[in-house]
Write a protein of this length. Sequence first.
Length: 94
Amino acid sequence: MADVKRGGHTFKGYNKPIATPNHKSGKSHAVVARDAKGNTKLIRFGTQGVKGEGKNPRTKAGKARRAAWYARHEANIKKGGRMSGSYWSAKVKW
């Protein structure tokens, strides 16, 4: 797969997120998303300095934090699919 250059970053391909810890937007990650029709979109997501709980939270508070995040963003994840920041945030950070 060829590298994709977009927004001043080089990505390893479409739908391959990268960390952008010092970006001026305040977002911690970016991805060039591509849908089934071939449309592409640069998506920045996540807040710098905030760590998600990951796929297997260890504490009761961590589990509650993860559940609350999904409760807030579930509709956006379903609605936007791969072309939404919520989808990528759920996949990478939570």
